[in-house]
Write a protein that binds this ligand. Structure first.
Ligand code: DP6
Length: 333
């Protein structure tokens, strides 16, 4: 029987013998946040973050994370201009990820990371955070990793981070290899300038169950989860077709149904996971009302109470009528 692979054992095969900084510091690197239209939900390998299904996302252009690494006399993590306590969960996660590359005996680093994602929008930052950190590690230690390694290693930080290395539409292919080196994201060669994403904030309170624990609980306890991989595979095909044909109705319908199917599996978990707040349900009804009144708008949601609306530039004014406070993003600039 093969020995169980760890993040460290997979990464070590691609690193030079000695990993040392190539200079005092690097220019800050940026990675965009992303929103999945076909969700990543469930892992076949929890250690390596290998997914049960392939997923497809759209990156949020200039919204994301910027990160810089510098030589320092102690490990220190700064977030949005403030030093984070060393024992803080965030700081420990960042340093543990750097340890995978420099080793626990590696020289200390200062990590400066800034999110320009409006905190009020309640968007996750772990995807752009680990993607930017991966790029910063690559630059700081002069690793010159190829795109496959960058995506596979960012994925070990957080699954959705594998998709945050690119702009536009990105597909994360689930892969079949045990070491996960084929479980990587690739950009789609398609633009859709008229596409818009609206961020609708319902609550920014920290959720009780993070997406990592939520997806593991769903896989372990929800019988309904058995239908998810099939649904996701079919949705992925439909999204590819919708993007190729610029068929917005098909894109929106597929993304909304995919998100609601994922949430159905969470509700069927035990203990149940219902990330929705009353305000989330009210917003869904408003969207369905808008559609009934002829405004083409759809939504997607992740493991949280906030909604991401999908519409085209043409419908923006009409959608704003229903959601005057939403923030609008043009993912293709
Ligand atoms: C619902 O990538 O945060 O947003 O791999 O455990 O770090 P880990 O999970 P994470 O999960 C994201 C789940 C999702 C769907 C998606 O973005 O595809």
């Amino acid at each position: 029987m093969s020995e169980r692979m760890t993040k460290g054992s997979v990464i070590a095969q691609y690193l030079p013998e000695r990993v040392t900084p190539v200079g005092e510091t690097i220019a800050p690197v940026f990675a965009p946040s992303n929103i999945a239209l076909c969700k990543y939900w469930g892992k076949r390998d929890v250690e390596l973050n290998l997914p049960i299904n392939s997923s497809l996302s759209i990156s949020l252009a200039h919204l994301g994370t910027q990160t810089r690494l510098s030589v320092s006399d102690e490990d220190a993590v700064w977030l949005n201009g403030e030093k984070v306590a060393a024992q803080d969960k965030f700081a420990r996660k960042v340093i543990a990820f750097i340890d995978l590359f420099r080793g626990p005996q590696g020289s200390p680093v200062k990590v400066e990371t800034d999110n320009n994602i409006p905190t009020a929008a309640g968007l996750a930052s772990s995807a752009s955070g680990f993607a930017a950190l991966m790029l910063a590690i690559d630059g700081f230690y002069g690793l010159k990793l190829d795109p496959q390694c960058l995506s596979a290693f960012a994925r070990m930080g957080s699954g959705s981070a594998s998709r945050s290395l690119y702009t536009g539409f990105v597909e994360w292919q689930m892969g079949v290899r045990e070491d996960g080196m084929d479980s990587i994201a690739l950009p789609l060669d398609s633009h859709w300038d008229a596409l818009r994403i609206g961020l609708v904030k319902v609550s920014v309170a920290e959720k009780a169950v993070d997406s990592r624990s939520g997806m593991n609980r769903t896989v372990e306890t929800a019988h309904l989860y058995q239908s998810w991989p099939l649904q996701a595979a079919a949705d992925l095909e439909r999204l590819h077709q919708a993007i190729a044909d610029k068929n917005f109705t098909q894109l929106g319908e597929t993304a909304e149904q995919n998100a609601l199917s994922m949430h159905a599996t969470m509700i069927a978990a035990w203990p149940p996971l219902l990330y929705w707040q009353p305000g989330s349900v009210a917003a869904m009804h408003r969207i369905w009302q808008a559609r009934a009144e002829g405004v083409e708008v759809y939504f997607t949601m992740d493991a949280g109470p906030n909604l991401k609306l999908l519409f085209t530039a043409e419908a923006e004014a009409a959608v704003k009528h229903y959601f005057p406070d939403m923030e609008v993003i043009a993912p293709f600039g």
